[in-house]
Write a protein that binds this ligand. Sequence first.
Ligand SMILES: *[C@@H]1O[C@H](CO)[C@@H](O)[C@H](O)[C@H]1NC(C)=O
Ligand SMILES: *[C@@H]1O[C@H](CO)[C@@H](O)[C@H](O)[C@H]1NC(C)=O
Ligand SMILES: *[C@@H]1O[C@H](CO)[C@@H](O)[C@H](O)[C@H]1NC(C)=O
Length: 517
Amino acid sequence: MLKLLLFFNVIRLCLYSVDSYKILGIFPVPSISHQIVFQPIWKELSLRGHEVTVITPNPLNDKSLVNLTEIDVSFSYKIFIESNLQESITKDVPVNGVVDFIFTLMLNIIEAQLKHPEVQALIQDKDKHFDLVMVEFLNPAVYAFSARFQCPLIGMTSLGALLGGHDAVGNPSHPLLHSDFFLPSTGELSFFDRVYNTMYTIWYRYNYYYNVLPHHDKLVKKYIGDDLPYLGDIERNVSMLFINENSIFHSIKPNVPAVIELSNMHIKKKKPLPKDLQNELDTATEGVVYFSLGSNVRSANLSEHLREQIIGALSEVPYKIIWKWEDDYLPGQPKNVIIRPWLPQQDILGHPNIKVFVTQGGQQSAEEAIYYGVPLVGMPFFGDQFLITEKIANLGIAHVVNPETLTKQQLKAAIVEVAENSKYREKAKEMSALSLDMPLTGLEKAIWWTEYVIRHKGARHLRSPVLNIPWYQYVLLDVIGFILLVCLIVTFVLYKIILLGIKGRQKYSRHIKLKVS
Ligand SMILES: *[C@@H]1O[C@H](CO)[C@@H](O)[C@H](O)[C@H]1NC(C)=O
Ligand SMILES: *[C@@H]1O[C@H](CO)[C@@H](O)[C@H](O)[C@H]1NC(C)=O
Ligand SMILES: *[C@@H]1O[C@H](CO)[C@@H](O)[C@H](O)[C@H]1NC(C)=O
């Protein structure tokens, strides 16, 4: 115990005595779930005395953070909303269509951000110097900033990494064991699932390396400088990759040392609830269902049919409902349902009267529910939501319903089952204890490794040897080809010898026969 305490003190000492560095962060995705994971990192780095500049659509705008400069690109939300994501990627769009849609949308958004006068001023400023560039590791264009400022690059993700991210650090990404987060299958895969996953990874890589990367490369040559190295080479020069994966509900995988898993990044200290909510929750001794489909799926934009099924179910369950409903008016609002356009989700989940959380299955929502030991009903719509809801169902802390075919009876049954059957809550508490029992928090890990990369001007010594060999050698194509060839030649030679032997015998026996006659 004493040794352990000593160990932590040493770590804390390392954490709290540092030089001041200049750090540039670029987090272009206009979606709050892609920002709240990184906000604590840039805030903490600035509090530790580093001079931090961040390009983000969600600036903290906190005047007390004197060492933090935020370039506000919140106009990007307009482009994001106009793209009509919810409509465009839910209706039976095949997974490659979803991937294409998101990459094209983000290319447009990043172009708009690169054109932004403040961003251009930063790029053109000849005297500007940075010790580190940190980016969200999804959209390659932003990696070019590390080449522009000739400093190490750290990639981060707010959810699992895409295949291109794993490839860039040489991290294994087996198509069956660690299926991509756009693919729903987590449990045992059927033969056709395995064929599908394999074909998907081939398509994905083809599309990424021959379509996405070249487009992004063109973009940065236009807006950052045409003397930049090829974007694919900048990508593979990344020093470390911080992946926001939670081992509780992501599949366990081996990571190369350049990959650091963060988790529970956005979980904040519990704050008091607003008076009215506190009162509603305190008085609901029958229990409360918290209903929220997150920030990308607007409850108010659900189809009328689905909305009616949900309202039907909610009006019949014997609990109070708190629904994140982004409009003033809910048609046919039942008496037991309270609506609010925005809710302090974490603090609500921390209230003891919460029985069930009905969620779309976003990663951050799942982390918060597990953190507070609240069982869930999952209602996945797109992206990694299928994967996460399937996973939490397998853990025994959730029941999943399908919004495409949902009836009010199904939703009612699911809510009542999860609320009344104590095994869900017990399992959720067990998972909560597991997820909290960590030597360092995600934030502490992120800060320590960030300063590590700056101190050592990169992390070349952690680079996987996979990055130095071509892919066909990595998958042993040449070796397998050679062995097959040798086998073929040996078989052929043996065949010829046997054939000769048989012919020889036939000749011989004919010869004998002739002699006898
Ligand atoms: C700002 O940075 C300086 C050192 O660069 C540090 O001494 C100071 O505490 C920082 N202030 C805040 C509020 O983070
Ligand atoms: C890779 O990084 C090193 C140091 O961080 C830098 O000197 C080199 O130019 C980079 N190469 C590319 C292609 O970005
Ligand atoms: C979503 O609902 C809002 C009003 O709540 C409406 O203004 C908007 O047009 C709707 N969007 C879609 C795609 O239906």
